[in-house]
Design a protein around this ligand. Structure first.
Ligand SMILES: *Cc1c(COP(=O)(O)O)cnc(C)c1O
Length: 483
């Protein structure tokens, strides 16, 4: 049986169900599987023509013991998640005409139009499945830089055994994204708009950590977490790397590059793990915007927190790529003491520096770039003018980074991950292309419908968020879950 433990080495080893329901490990670390399952070329050949859902079943079965989720239950869960996607294939590809063998992997056809739907749908359904089986109820708190919140709110909405408190930095996400959370009528979804966040979405995580550290409160409300520090999201996200590779590679073993717009490193952590499992991805491109912590890690070997830049690719305005710590575990031969020391040094001083040997190990197969807003916008405009395909600002960061790294990437097929639908960023696209030039691809019916609905949310100032939120959550709990 594949069990899970903390990347910091503390606390007990737990089974898959507990790892998912806990979110964080008890020592504040991130859960990792005790070993990575291996995939052979012969497995990959067998999987070559599978649908996304059928492939997900195979990949997840490597991580989830049948005694915890049976084959029938896993199939049902996957049907429930991915039947909510707008397109039957779940993840379609678009080949660009003006670049050699370059494919856009469109990860944004889920109900809230970003790649967060891919991992969150499964995570939330799985959590609810476990809770129902145990007749328990959990509350989750999530912070968002724009896309996690809508996805969490959407999938928690109406689930019998869950409540979601969704915090977002007021004014730092688009109105389209805000309305995806605030126009849901369900009583178990509680969006909280927070004014004056000094460091964007990252500040909200500070308050959330404080609430999780408050044992009496945590136990009373049965707090858990569905943000990307939950292993369930990472595990699910490995699947689209397998799927993309098998769709685009000429044959199993042939090199394929993938470029990924990155902030928290949840998506790329999954890609890096898929490769370590045996998927022959050639290079993974770390595409950062001006918030370039990952770029510093991959080019200088320094994990450091710097002041936030507000950019047009706001979903990756992330200062601390928390999932890098998880990935690191697999690059130091499981030396949890080292990870613990680096994580604690970073928490204490705002910086951790990796030794040359460690850096050489985690850099294998990665290239990295930080892209300015100017370059992002130019890429959207060029691709649109030249071939009438509309990239969202995040997909554009990936394409721009791959363009700049062309010489190093070599002439292999390239997959750029497009992580959001352009309709989530109308202000930026209208400014760039002109309001009267907006193509149909810049609109989506769900975004249009949300514009004419009432909004329902709490608001709060950052300076008293901790006290205010605790009080509101307590009161809500007492009203709805009387002892
Ligand atoms: C969350 C998000 C990303 C970044 O993913 P990470 O796993 O945090 O690196 C990229 N693009 C969009 C649109 C997102 O919502």
């Amino acid at each position: 049986m594949l069990n899970y433990k903390s990347n910091k080495g503390g606390g007990p080893t737990v089974d898959f169900e507990k790892a998912i329901l806990d979110g964080y490990a008890s020592d504040g670390g991130l859960y990792v599987p005790e070993y990575l399952p291996k995939v052979t070329h012969s497995d990959l050949n067998k999987w070559k023509s599978l649908s996304y859902k059928a492939l997900a079943f195979e990949v997840l079965s490597l991580f989830i013991d049948r005694s915890i989720v049976s084959a029938v239950e896993l199939r049902l869960l996957l049907d429930e998640c991915y039947d909510t996607f707008e397109i039957k294939e779940v993840i379609p590809f678009h080949q660009l005409e003006t670049r050699d063998e370059t494919y856009i992997m469109e990860l944004f056809y889920g109900p809230t139009l970003s790649f967060k739907d891919v991992g969150m749908s499964f995570m939330v359904n799985l959590v609810n499945f476990f809770l129902k089986r145990k007749s328990e109820h959990l509350s989750v708190i999530v912070a968002t830089t724009g896309d996690t919140g809508p996805a969490a709110a959407h999938f928690v909405a109406g689930k019998s055994n869950l409540d979601a408190w969704v915090l977002y930095p007021k004014g730092l996400i688009t109105e389209a994204q805000e309305r995806q959370m605030t126009t849901l009528p369900h009583a178990n979804v509680h969006p909280v708009g927070v004014f004056n966040c000094p460091e964007g979405g990252d500040d909200l995580d500070v308050v959330i950590s404080q609430l999780y550290a408050d044992d009496a409160f945590k136990n009373k409300l049965k707090l858990s977490s569905v943000n990307s520090l939950n292993w369930g999201r990472i595990m699910m996200q490995t699947v689209h790397y397998f799927y993309g590779y098998l769709r685009i590679a000429k044959e199993v073993g042939a090199p394929v590059n993938m470029a990924v717009p990155s902030g928290g490193f949840g998506n790329l952590c999954a890609g890096g793990l898929a490769r370590k499992m045996g998927l022959p991805i050639h290079y993974l491109v770390v595409a950062n915007n001006q918030n370039a912590c990952l770029n510093r890690i991959f080019t200088q070997g320094v994990f450091s927190k710097q002041p936030i830049h507000e950019t047009v690719s706001s979903a990756i305005d992330i200062l601390v790529p928390i999932n890098f710590w998880r990935f690191l575990y697999f690059n130091v031969e499981g030396d949890t003491a080292k990870i613990k020391e680096w994580m604690e040094t970073f928490e204490r001083t705002g910086q951790a520096i990796f030794d040359a040997e460690t850096m050489a190990e985690y850099r294998k197969g990665f290239l990295s770039k930080s892209i300015s807003d100017e370059q992002t916008l130019k890429t959207i405009k060029n691709v649109f003018d030249e071939e009438h395909y509309l990239l969202d600002p995040h997909g554009a960061v990936a394409v721009a980074a791959a363009d700049q790294l062309k010489a190093q990437l070599g002439g292999h097929p390239l997959i750029c991950l497009a992580t959001a639908h352009p309709a989530k960023f109308p202000e930026t696209l209208e400014r760039l292309l002109g309001a009267d030039q907006m193509p149909r691809a810049a609109m989506h019916s769900s975004i249009e419908e949300a514009k004419v609905k009432c909004q329902k949310n709490y608001t709060c100032h950052y300076s008293h968020l901790h006290t205010a939120l605790k009080e509101t959550m307590n009161t809500h709990w007492d009203l709805h879950h009387p002892a």
